[in-house]
Design a protein. Sequence first.
Length: 118
Amino acid sequence: MPATTKPSPIASTAPLAPTNSNSPSPAVTASSSPKPVEDQTAAPLDAAIIFKQTCTSCHGVDLEGRMIGPNLQKVGARLTEDKIIHQITNGGERMPSFKDKLNEQEIKALVAWLADKK
């Protein structure tokens, strides 16, 4: 008996979508360029978001201070990082302690961000 050949499952006679050789494919456009994959377990915390979520009610959106909290726009010129850590962690005067509300990484990120305000 003669051997019969089966059609390849890959072969297709269906037409491909039209392409325009003058425009780049979506895979190479600037808006869809691949971004490097970062280790999500070590992702840096956004201190501005932490501040917005926990501090703006007393210190204002622009760190300008309010009736309760002082102006923090130049706090890094007034206080060392250690003093800022102590203040956030333990509170003081009218400020509550945040040791039970923020974890150590959040406090460190917030302190580094505030210490740069000079």
